[in-house]
Every structure is written in C-alpha cells, then in structure tokens.
Design a protein around this ligand. Structure first.
Ligand code: PNW
Length: 492
C-alpha cells in the first residue's frame, strides 16, 4: 500500500475539477430530533431507541441536535465553513407518516425539506439528498415486515421517491436512493444491533434468521433502488436534469500475510462480500459475485431476468462511504451458516506486526489513508464509474471532556491529520486518473450515532448536548478542511 502525500502538499494544488463538490453529510434520524413534530410518524429507529439496552448510553434520538428547528442557523454555519454542498437525508415518515403508497402525505413534513433546500440554495450550497438513511417507517415494519416483503415494500418506496422528486426535484439535482444498504442489512438483520433488531439470537433480538434475512433485504434494496431510478429517469430527469445513484459503504481489506495467496484471495473476497455484493449487480456483471454464490448457495436470492436488466446500469455515479482498513486472514474451516463476510477473520495488525492505523475514539475505526487510496483504485478499476465520496471522517479521543467555556477552540489534531491523509488520497487518485467528483466529511456536527448514542463525536463542530440550544462550536478541522479544498479545487 502506498501512503499518498498529504492534501496540503504543493503538488496537489488545483488538482480537483472546478466543479468539485465538498461539504459535510448528515442523516435525518441522527440530527433532526422533532421525532413527532408537525405530524411525523415513527421510524424504526424511533421505536428501537426506546427499547432499554439497545443504545449504549440509554439515549433516544428524540432531540438529537434539534436540526429540525435550527436549520437556518445550521445553514449559516455551513456557509461560514465555506462548503459548496451539503448532503442530508429525508425522513420518509416525516413525509408519509404511515409510509405506504395509499397513505396520506404530510405537507408540513415536505415543507420543512423544501425550506431547507431553499435556504441552502439561497446561500450557494448545493443540496445532495438521500431518500433513505435507515429510518424505515415503523408502520411498514408493522404492516408487512418492511423490506423482508419485496413485493409489498417496493411500490411503497416507489411512491415515496416519486413524491420527493415531484416536490423537490426542481431544485435538487443530486439524488441518492439508499445509504449503505450493506450496513442496514448486516447490522439490522444479521447482528441485530441496529433497527429493526432482528437476528438468530431470539433471547436478545426479534426472532429473525441471520443466515437468510440480510440477503433478502439486500435484494429488496437493490431492486427498489433500481425502480426509483427508473421513475426518476423516465418521469423527472428529462425536465429536472439531475443525477441519481446509490451510496455503498466499504472498507479496505489488506491481506494479513501478503505472501500467502490464501490471504490475498481472502482480502479480495472480503471486498466482494462487502462491496461487490451491491456494486457488481449495478455497475458490473449484473449479478452477485460468484464467490458469494459459492458460499451462500440459494440463501442468496436470484435476480429474475427483468430485475437484472433493471438493476444493471441503475446508478449515474458510484456513491462511496469509507472510513478504515482491516487486515484480513483466510480461514481453513468451512464458513459458518451465519457468516456474511467471506469466511475470514479481521485483524488490527498484520503478520509483520504493522498496525492498521492510529486509533480513533471508535473501536472499528483507525486512520489509514493508504488503504483508502488502494480502495479508490479498486473501485475505479472494477467499475469505471465517476465516484462521489459521500462520507468519510473520524472520531477523536478525548473530545467528550472538552470544555466549551475554555475560551479556546477544539484543536482536533487527530481529525486534522485524518483529513490531510484521506483527502491527500483523493488528490493522489485524481492525479492518476480516477474520476472523483465530491468529498463529504462525516459529519457536520456531533450527533446521535445510532446504537452508540451520543458517545461517538464524529462532528466538524462540537455540540453541547446538555444545553437547550444544542450549541455548536466549530472544531479546528472544519476550517482546515476548507483551507485544504481551497488549495485543491481548480479556480475557473
Ligand atoms: C456510516 N463500519 O455507517 C453511516 O452512514 C452513518 O450514518 C454513520 O453515522 C457513520 O458511518 C459513522 O458510523 C457506518 O463498521 C457504520 O465499517 C459502520 C461502518 C461503516 C459505516
């Protein structure tokens, strides 16, 4: 793995296209709060977070950062940070409280998003809008099991998408259907640690089947994504002229022993299970990777010929979320029935004892710009599709103890170094021909980090969750990122 020069290096000056988008990303359930305001319905995360023991600090997202109320202030803060774009998601149950195709639309919910879009555009900030960032309407979960029922779910998602395109598409030109279908399926239906909290562990979770349900749900996401894209391209794109795609997560997997062909193969297989599972059907072969079929057999759904034709080519860009790198080792034993990762083990150090990177404040996340660079090349070489980086960022140790009354700002050197490294990788990849068109840092402000509650501070701004105003204090890295992109983006 090659460690790229840091972003601020002189050779990176003006390497990014003049219309490169940079900004911060958020998700509705993590920031909005106002969980029942103005007619909003429950999402599966509203319900899940109220179940004792599900969120590590016992918090719910009922308030989060109060972004629903504070959106005008937030747009001013974004402007001050100098971004040219902002990625956020729509809460389906705010727009259609019961979720279904025949259920009523909540005009107040739509109006909120319309106002947010207007406010962004008035401040020269381009909106990137995600339709689905994990918050399925609870009513659909209750009605038919949500995404487990592809036949009933898909028309509901199509109708929701159509309502959003019709209401916002005159101003929104960048659409993302799903955020990280892979994390939604594995955390929600295999591990059971995210909503809707199903798995093969009935003592703790709702009774599911970790060996089949994640793949059923993944299939539903792929097909319903493609149907929403078809609607956009046919009914809206001709006049609205926007682009639409999906965002996939993926970390880089490096072989534990680079001289062992079985580890080299295992590392590539890990990426096929995590990334190609979704990306091959859309950007590649049009089907699941053969190594997944080999291991999973008929537990992996089959695309009908119609589905295959629909899904292949159904994304105008590759939406990429990535955070870290793991060392991966092959296993000699046969795969467990509940294995979803390609029959491998993950390691923090490789055979030579080299660490996978400096520790953040989040156990799975370590800083590794070289792995990020390698992953950019892996994705580009395999799919040759323009890449929008839609999430990348980190937590940093010690931020919970920061004192906002200290009079000094939070000098988050760990995160500044992280950005220098990872954005340096973006610049390096672009210099060698990879087509990258955006970079969104995760995340705008500290927020409600799903099952980790308020214990993970990923923000570019520090939030005083104790204060009624949820006061935001920009961290130094947020300004540094602006300086970096000023250096990198070509001036017209
Ligand atoms: C993303 N992993 O999830 C989500 O899109 C965000 O909503 C979330 O807040 C952010 O990353 C930080 O966690 C991920 O284990 C969760 O590799 C876990 C992983 C990757 C992404």
């Amino acid at each position: 793995m090659k460690t790229p020069p840091i972003a601020s290096s002189p050779e990176n000056a003006s390497v990014l296209r003049s219309d490169f988008f940079w900004g911060f990303a958020t998700a509705a359930a993590q920031v909005e709060g106002a969980w029942d305001a103005d007619g909003k319905g429950d999402s599966i995360w509203d319900k899940f977070s109220r179940i004792p023991g599900r969120v590590i600090d016992g918090s719910t997202n009922a308030d989060a950062t109060c972004a629903y109320d504070l959106y005008k202030d937030d747009v001013q803060l974004l402007k001050k940070l100098g971004v040219n774009s902002y990625r956020f998601s729509l809460a389906w149950s705010r727009i259609i409280p019961l979720g279904g195709k025949d259920d009523p639309i909540n005009e107040a919910g739509l109006q909120y998003y319309s106002n947010l879009v207007d406010e962004l555009i008035a401040n020269n900030i381009t909106p990137f809008v995600t339709l689905f960032h994990w918050d399925t309407p609870q009513a659909l979960e209750d009605r038919y099991g949500g995404m487990l029922d592809q036949a009933r779910y898909t028309p509901d998602f199509e109708r929701y998408a159509r309502v959003c395109f019709a209401a916002l598409g005159d101003r929104v030109k960048h659409w993302i259907t799903y955020n990280e279908p892979g994390v939604y399926t594995l955390a929600g239906y295999a591990a059971g640690v995210h909503a809707p909290g199903r798995s093969s562990l009935p003592e703790r979770d709702d009774p599911g089947d970790s060996s089949t349900e994640p793949f059923i749900v993944a299939h539903t996401e792929l097909v319903s994504h493609a149907r929403a894209v078809k609607i956009y391209r046919k009914e809206f794109k001709p006049t609205q002229k926007g682009v639409i795609g999906i965002t996939l997560h993926g970390n880089y997997s490096a072989p534990w022993d680079e001289n062992d062909p079985k580890d080299v193969e295992a590392a590539d297989r890990a990426q096929q299970f995590e990334i190609a599972c979704f990306a091959d059907p859309i950007y590649g072969s049009g089907d699941y990777p053969p190594c997944m079929r080999d291991q999973l057999g008929d537990r992996l759904p089959h695309f009908t010929p119609e589905e295959k034709a629909l899904v292949k080519g159904s994304s105008d860009f590759y939406g990429m979320n990535s955070y870290t790198t793991f060392y991966v080792r092959h296993r000699d034993e046969p795969a467990d029935i509940n294995d979803h990762k390609g029959n491998i083990t993950f390691h923090d150090t490789n055979k030579a004892g080299v660490s996978r990177g400096a520790e953040s404040d989040t156990p799975w996340l370590r800083s590794n710009p070289a792995g990020f660079l390698a992953l950019l090349h892996w994705i580009w070489d395999r799919y040759r599709t323009p890449i929008y980086i839609t999430e990348n960022g980190t937590t940093a140790k010690g931020e919970h103890d920061w004192d906002p009354t200290s009079g000094f700002w939070l000098d988050d050197t760990f995160r500044q170094d992280f950005f220098e490294g990872y954005v340096g990788a973006v610049a390096d990849a672009v210099r060698s021909g990879v087509d990258i068109r955006s970079y969104f840092a995760w995340t705008f402000t500290d927020n409600w980090e799903w099952a980790a509650g308020y214990t993970d501070r990923f923000g570019g701004s520090w939030v005083d969750f104790e204060s009624k105003e949820k006061t935001r204090y920009p961290k130094k890295s947020a300004f540094e990122l602006g300086r970096i992109f000023e250096h990198l983006i070509k001036k017209n």
